[in-house]
Structure formats: structure tokens, C-alpha cells
Design a protein around this ligand. Structure first.
Ligand code: AMP
Length: 292
């Protein structure tokens, strides 16, 4: 694996289908599942690792975001990454950008409401990565479903030619969705109620429930958290709130446990005439983040 800090070194002379896995590092099995998907479709896998200040709405969250380049480099290499692109701040932003990318509508709901400016930061940095690295395919987790939808739309609107691929959510054996921030989690037993609520909703959808209000109340009935930001059913096309499950959707939840804000969701796909909840992929052993 080559560790590089500039786009020129990341693109190099290699030929074939180029896959990109954008991350903010402190890797876990969720990130590595994206690498696995990229490995199986692409000739060259580039992972970017950049904690993007533009997408943090709270400076204290940026300051305490976990970082460990040595650990990330060895996990990325083991997973089969060919090029790890870890640019310093001055390479990504030589000066404060005067140009940013806004994806209207999609960015106006849910995470966009609770994290002002967050999605402009995401859309801007992903557009820069696409422009600088020119991937044929790029891989994003359904863990951040609204982000996935937003990136896909940004790529279409700005004529980036590559395909944006969405990958299933990787979960701990108890259902908790993996996230780098989980290392700060004090109270797992309460955090796990997000996924437990979503799984109860998945069972209800399998049994024919289509009413968004009843699905929402089902999740809320299971949650044991300090504060709920939202529980909502949204469309996969625009992340717009839905009253009924009548198109591809995701049931999203954001809540606070202690001083950590957690997000999770249940994508619901339409396969033929059937609504099929995507419960994600459960690890058989606790992830590297959950082990002491
Ligand atoms: P991050 O480093 O948190 O910005 O995440 C980088 C990419 O990994 C994003 O596309 C995330 O959606 C994806 N990702 C993070 N956690 C998971 C997970 N538990 N399962 C699948 N993908 C994930």
C-alpha cells in the first residue's frame, strides 16, 4: 500500500477501474466493508482519510474526533487498499474556500436541521475528492443515508461521471451501528436501543405496516436515550418526510446518549412489489472499536 498526501501521488500511472472510499479515519469494520465492496468491483482501491473541518458544526466535536494514522494505515493495508490518501489541511484547503457546494432540498431535512452547514461541508469535500481523484466508482455507507443520497445527487447535478455505490450498515453483534465515535460511548445498553427500535420497525414492515406515524411510535417506544432529535420516515430520492411507506425510503433516528449524538437508520427498498427492510450486516464478534 502507498501512503500519499497529494492528489497527484494518489492518482499516479495505475490503470483500470478506480474505486474510492472516502473516510475520516479511525477505521472500523464499517469502513472496511466499503473497501471489500470496492475490492470486488475495482482494479485500484484508493481510500481517502481526511477529517474535514468544513462539515463539523461544533468546534469541540472536531477537536475530539478520534485520529490514529498508524492504526488506520495498518487496517487499510490489511483490507487491501492500494493507495491511502491522507492529505494535510493545507493540501485540501490551501486557503479558505470561497466556493462551496449546496445540495438544496436533500440538505434541508433531518441532519441538515440539527447540524447547520454540515451537508455543505460534506458536499464540498466530496466534490473536491471527485475532482481531484476522478474515481470510476465511489463507496458510501448506508449508515449515513441522507449523506449517501446527497452525494449521489451532487455527483449527478455536477456531472461527475463515476458511480456512487451505497453499502449496507455494519452492526455490532448486539445491533449497534458501528461509528468511530462509539469509542466515547459510556452507556452501550442505552445506545443499542436505537437499532433495537429500528429492528422492531423492520419486523412490523415485514408484517405489512406502512404508516409512518405508527412506525415512528414503535421506534420511540423502544428508545431509552437522553434526548431524541428525530425519528422519521423519509424518501430515498430526496430525504423528504413521508406519511406512508409507498416508495423506497429510510426510517431514520438521531438521539443523544450522554454527551454523544448517535444516528442510525433502516433503509427500506422496493424490490419488485415488495418493501424489503435492509437490516444491515451483523458482525459475529464485537468490532475492533468495542474491544478493550
Ligand atoms: P466516516 O469516516 O464516519 O465519515 O465514514 C466514512 C464512510 O464510512 C461513510 O460513507 C460512512 O457512511 C461509512 N460508514 C461509517 N460507519 C459505517 C457502518 N457502520 N456501516 C457501513 N458504513 C459505514
Amino acid at each position: 500500500m502507498k501512503l500519499v498526501t497529494t492528489p497527484e501521488d494518489a492518482t499516479g500511472p495505475r490503470s483500470g477501474v478506480r474505486g474510492l472510499v472516502p473516510t475520516m479515519g479511525f477505521l472500523h469494520e464499517g469502513h472496511l466493508s466499503l473497501v471489500e465492496a470496492a475490492r470486488s468491483d475495482c482494479d485500484v482501491v484508493v481510500m481517502s482519510l481526511f477529517v474535514n473541518p468544513l462539515q463539523f458544526d461544533r468546534p469541540e466535536d472536531l477537536d475530539r474526533y478520534p485520529r490514529d494514522l498508524d492504526r488506520d494505515a495498518s487496517l487499510a493495508e490489511e483490507a487491501g487498499v492500494d493507495v491511502l490518501f491522507a492529505p494535510p489541511l493545507e493540501v485540501m484547503y490551501p486557503s479558505d474556500p470561497l466556493t462551496t457546494v449546496t445540495v438544496r432540498e436533500i440538505a434541508e431535512h433531518f441532519e441538515g436541521v440539527f447540524r447547520p452547514g454540515h451537508f455543505d461541508g460534506v458536499a464540498t469535500v466530496v466534490a473536491k475528492l471527485f475532482a481531484a481523484l476522478g474515481p470510476d466508482r465511489s463507496y458510501f455507507g448506508r449508515k449515513d443515508h441522507q449523506q449517501l443520497i446527497l452525494v449521489r445527487r451532487m455527483a449527478t447535478d455536477l456531472s461527475f461521471p463515476g458511480e456512487v455505490v451505497g453499502c449496507p450498515i455494519v452492526r455490532e453483534p448486539d445491533g449497534l451501528a458501528l461509528s468511530s465515535r462509539n469509542i466515547f460511548l459510556g452507556d452501550r445498553s442505552r445506545a443499542v436501543t436505537l437499532s433495537r427500535g429500528l429492528m422492531a420497525a423492520a419486523d412490523a414492515i415485514d408484517d405489512g405496516e406502512r404508516d409512518a406515524g405508527r412506525l415512528r411510535r414503535l421506534v420511540e417506544g423502544v428508545l431509552d436515550v437522553d434526548e431524541v432529535d428525530y425519528v422519521a420516515l423519509a424518501s430515498q430520492s430526496h430525504a423528504a418526510p413521508l406519511d406512508h411507506l409507498d416508495r423506497p425510503a429510510f426510517l431514520a433516528v438521531a438521539a443523544h446518549v450522554g454527551d454523544l449524538r448517535l444516528i442510525d437508520n433502516l433503509p427500506v427498498d422496493l424490490l419488485g412489489e415488495m418493501f424489503v427492510p435492509d437490516r444491515g450486516r451483523r458482525l459475529s464478534e464485537p468490532s475492533s472499536l468495542a474491544r478493550p
